[in-house]
Design a protein. Sequence first.
Length: 215
Amino acid sequence: MFDNPAIYFLMGTPNAGTKDPLALLEQALEGGITHFQLREKGEGALSGSALEDFAAACKKLCKAYDVPFFVNDDVDLACTVEADGIHIGQEDMDCGAVRKRIGYSMALGVSVHSVKEANQALSCGATYLGMGPVYGTRSKADAKPAAGVSEIRKVKAQYPHVPIIGIGGIEPHNADAVWQAGASGIAVISSIAEADDVMGQIQRFQGSIPGRRVG
Ligand code: 3NM
């Protein structure tokens, strides 16, 4: 699932601003994102059946582009819509309990900040690790201070075969350090969701992948 460099887009309806969220997702899929995570948080976030319907619509779109569909935090929703994966943070449900609940047919992403947390996540059967915030972010109210890439390097050195996805304030012009630290992918909200030209922005992210630089 993470064999090729990942451009992992995260979004919830509040991130779409004045754009139509499904049209935004479709543009991102058309532009070439490799993974999508529904992260429905913050003011105006959908809940209940409206959230289920939106999640089902996102999943359908992702399937049409053969892009894995992840749900943030909400194990019930992930199971209801039969997501391809779930992503949890350190403050969310215990990762062992989540793995037990979802079995091994669903991928499990866990946010970690150190080798110690990585050990723990991997002992629960995490499929990949999210690490951030690499840079300052305005998309997560309770984000920790920007951490740079040093912990990514350490976890990569300890677990060279585990996919690590960097997150937090990543833009086409600062993504290089994340790739160089050994990340298998970059996860992005605002730089894609808020772009005037979503497809062009994804092309710029693709251009940041080592060996795929253009111009
Ligand atoms: N998690 P943007 S930072 C959802 O550090 C999320 O774990 C983070 O959004 C972490 O690309 C973050 O707009 C927000 O900075 C990423």
